[in-house]
Design a protein around this ligand. Sequence first.
Ligand code: C2E
Ligand code: CA
Ligand code: CA
Ligand code: CA
Length: 281
Amino acid sequence: RAKAQSGSYLIYEAGMRQQQSRSIALAQRLKQALADGQLELHYQPKVDTITGKLHGVEALARWRDPQWGWVSPAEFIPVAEERGLIGALDAWALETAARQWRQWQDDGWAQVPPIAVNVSAVEISMVEGFAEHALALVQRHRVPPQAIELEITETALMRNAEKAIQTTRQLVAMGFSLAIDDFGTGYSSLARLHRLSLARLKIDMTFIRTMLDDAGSMAIVTAVIGMARALQLRTVAEGVETAAQLDTLRRLQCDEIQGYFFSKPLPARELEERWLCAVDA
Ligand code: C2E
Ligand code: CA
Ligand code: CA
Ligand code: CA
């Protein structure tokens, strides 16, 4: 037994080492890809539950390595956070989104949607002058902060609460709109979040995925939407894939829907073709 155990430990250790070297290699490539402009943003619509109208889009990072093919953000974002690249990556995403918004405006699309950008917990809670940098960046691209929404996860706000809350207040005062991402996965009180003047609450997709089979999830979704409504916070359901989920969310009076049922995240050009409206001549 002892032998088997030590054997599996060795395998475990080798696995760890392999994982670690993949993570180091990945970080090196990611750094290079950022420098070479090989990352892209795709945009996923957020749609009004009742009218089907486009309310905004979420910008999501996409990376295709020449050798490895597509690498999921679920893999490279944590690596970027661990290895000190997340600041550069998030700044790149904010800049790319701002440039895209300006481009859509200049190209004459009617009602260019606000673009939501993800901000890592590391950034919001640790970086000095984050808000000032963000403002300077959008202004450089002649984009009003109102056109940019920043998505911060619930757990990020809990991590270094004082600092994160201070930065959040600053961003709101500057005119950025703020959304709490992955809501329901932490333990924040809605009453406290309410004092931050947030624009949106995004209900984590694990609850949406399970709500029709699991009474607990349904109770959480129902309660979150109910409380958010009472506090005049807009709710967004993430990961909506089926008509049955949409119907339920409509009945619960959730405000906005994001998910494959309406659209996957799309390259800018495809979003234009399918979702933006030309100004009629
Ligand atoms: P997130 O912010 O919660 O983004 C939503 C994720 O759900 C995206 O995954 C999106 O493609 C996926 N999704 C949307 N609708 C559906 C659906 O109906 N079904 C399913 N199964 N999935 C759906 P993605 O693009 O792989 O991103 C994963 C995570 O990586 C994001 O989760 C976000 O936390 C992070 N991320 C992506 N881009 C950035 C970025 O530029 N900066 C930072 N800091 N994080 C990013
Ligand atoms: Ca997000
Ligand atoms: Ca989310
Ligand atoms: Ca997430």
